[in-house]
Design a protein around this ligand. Structure first.
Ligand SMILES: Nc1ncnc2c1ncn2[C@@H]1O[C@H](COP(=O)(O)OP(=O)(O)O)[C@@H](O)[C@H]1O
Ligand SMILES: [Mg+2]
Length: 286
């Protein structure tokens, strides 16, 4: 196979194993299970029409942890994230197989109502998307339609506490009646996070939430993610490895629709066990 093949084949294999990286893409490398899962995904496949976008992904999402999903563009990060609150249902050609449970509930159970599911598994998108309504109404809308508030006072307190938890209260409290779209990009993204929080989610999904923001706004969102972890479980897609390293405890590396490797964030970035992960984090790919 090369000039060094004078070594016995067995020895060459051992040397490769000792060097540490796995090359096969058959099974995910690393620990897909956690002790205290909030969501469990088993053998998840996703198809867009004939085309398969996710291949047999099994992964636990740990409670009160941040897990980041990284990998080259088009590898299926957003597709997988959207499985977690059945957002793919909104795409006609999209079909999901396998099993995803939140606690003991199969979220793909035919009888399950997706409206409360999407409240308990909230989502924040790449581009901040406040409703064309006042700051107050952006937050109050969800609790109203989900029947979470008994009266105006209660609703006021949900609005205030959601803005507090999203780190936006001080900046917004004197302009609650003004349009949400009048806020800066970073403030709008915190408004969207506050809106997700207002309906008491258990899990918050974030798909590249900072990619439209400047570094200062990004730093604020990253700080916020770290605080939110105390009360919520967070899954974040990011194209920034630095961001993944800063905000997450666990990192999942995707490549061509497969979950190649998952592990503690420190381990993934300092001693990846799969060759493809290593290539990506060292900048040889993607
Ligand atoms: N709505 C869609 N219809 C058809 N194919 C899609 C759709 N969304 C994504 N895909 C395809 O699925 C694959 C994974 O895409 P995506 O999940 O967006 O990747 P990522 O978020 O990692 O960039 C890509 O090949 C993409 O072209
Ligand atoms: Mg994406």
């Amino acid at each position: 196979m090369n000039e060094t093949s004078t070594a016995t084949p067995g020895l060459a294999e051992e040397t490769e194993a000792a060097a540490g990286t796995v090359q096969s893409t058959d099974a995910t490398v690393g620990e897909i299970y956690v002790d205290d899962p909030r969501m469990t995904c088993r053998n998840v496949n996703v198809y867009y029409g004939e085309k398969q976008a996710i291949f047999d992904v099994s992964l636990d999402i740990g409670k009160n942890q941040v897990i980041s999903m990284i990998g080259p563009s088009g590898c299926g990060k957003s597709t997988f994230l959207r499985c977690l609150n059945r957002m793919n249902d909104t795409i006609d050609v999209c079909r999901v197989t396998g099993q995803i449970k939140m606690d003991e509930q199969d979220i793909y159970d035919g009888g399950l109502d997706v409206v409360p599911l999407r409240a308990s598994v909230g989502m924040v998108f790449q581009k901040p998307n406040p409703f064309p309504k006042s700051i107050y109404d952006n937050i109050a809308y969800g609790p109203k339609i989900h029947g979470l508030s008994d009266n105006k006072e209660h609703l006021d307190s949900i609005v205030e506490s959601s803005l507090q938890r999203a780190g936006l209260w001080e900046e917004a409290k004197d302009r609650l009646d003004q349009p949400g779209t009048g806020l800066s990009g970073g403030q709008q993204q915190r408004l969207c996070i506050a809106r997700a929080i207002a309906v008491s989610p258990e899990v918050i999904l974030m798909d590249e939430p900072c990619s439209a923001l400047d570094p200062i706004a990004t730093a604020k969102i990253e700080e916020l993610i770290d605080e939110l972890r105390e009360n919520f479980t967070i899954a974040i897609v990011t194209h920034s490895m630095q961001q993944a390293a800063r905000v997450s405890q666990r990192t999942a590396y995707f490549h061509l629709g497969k979950l190649i490797e998952v592990g503690e964030t420190d381990q993934i970035f300092t001693s990846p066990r799969h060759k493809l992960t290593e290539d990506y984090i060292t900048g040889r790919f993607g």
